[in-house]
Design a protein around this ligand. Sequence first.
Ligand code: DLL
Length: 446
Amino acid sequence: MNRQSARRNPEIFMFDPAAETMSRAALAALQLERLKRSLEHAYANVPHYRNAFDAAGVKPESLSSLDDIARFPFTLKTDLRDNYPFGMFALPRQQLARLHASSGTTGRPTVVGYTSGDLDRWAGLMARSLACAGAAPGDLVHNAYGYGLFTGGLGAHYGAERLGCTVVPMSGGGTERQVALLSDFGANVLCATPSYALNIAEVAEATGVDLRKSPLRCGLFGAEPWSDALRSELEQRLGIKAIDIYGLSEIMGPGVACECHVAQSGLHGWEDHFLFEVIDPETLAPKRFGETGELVITTLSKEALPMIRYRTRDITRLDDSPCACGRTHLRIMRVTGRDDDMLIVRGVNVYPSQLEAVLVGFPGLSPHYQIVLTRSGALDAVTLEVELAPGAPDDDDARVRKSAEVRHHIKSNIGVTCDIAVKRHGEVPRSQGKAVRVKDERKSTK
Ligand code: DLL
């Protein structure tokens, strides 16, 4: 079956069926038309793009096919920081309806802006994503993404309203209260980071609330890398379908791509508004469909902040095979991690989510973990902190045995040798939003 032959199944609810099942030829024509406009808009209104295009010897008119995008320069997070706060905006600040920002670990925050038209399209794409995940008008959506400068809270909020849902704007934290309201209000849909959803599941169990017997049906989990092992854990403990949702503030926020509840395999990237490429992060050469590399995104309809070939640092691959749901938009396979989160453990490259895939569901362990980096002399050391499941034996001998078992399992599954520290139940910090998977103590242990 080729992509053209995927047919829409009338049983599957879509928020925007005409756009979501558009033929590949129509989608490509729309992308080309919008891409030309985006390049012109960026070149005419953002000095950074004018300089970068001139330096690369290209003009918006240099593009006559989608493949020509490869001639244009990349945009980096540092370009946003260097033009802090509003220098990358294509419109005067007075014409913007909202700002968001990410705090970043070092230096200046990354500031992003939206016109009211941008907010309208974002709400539409987020509504599309919620429906893709299995939400429907009339559902009660419990939104535990953080509200504020982070795009998660407000992004999911307006999308759920646009879909015709009732939104409970919880934000993160206060987990016991979250559990009580999830249960009392009878939420159908939970929006949260996967690590916070796990915290909610644990607190529900500890307070005797069985969410598996509640009307909760689906979870939209994203904003951080996670594994299929954590997916199974959340599905089983919450009695839901756990769906992966992807996005980033520089491009829009949540809703750039979302898995469908039909296949739960790869995230449909909304190609009528974004152009997706995968490149080799070392050579910067384009990769073919199916090859793993860094995801690069160009916005096709953003007014306030057009992004041309934005290097996300997220590692994934694209899949253009047809999907059982009938949507024609390509799929971005699960983001395993960011290239800047990659650890080098005794010479082997490892992403935290690979360790997670081995740890979650491991007999006698709870699914909480943290990776601690220290330095002894000139060498970096990596310790994986894992935690005993409630009720597991926790005397010294049992912990030594568990540590050896985990070390062996990681070595045989991922090929790295890690130091393992087995903690008592409750000792690994619980997530309140984006989990801090890596604790870098190298500066203090120098
Ligand atoms: O995290 C937007 C978002 C909110 C997405 C809620 C999904 C749900 P930022 O704070 O700018 O925006 O962080 C973006 O988070 O480049 C990825 O590294 C990571 N990320 C986001 N979604 C996923 C995912 C929001 N599903 C950065 N899987 C991105 C893996 C993800 N990583």
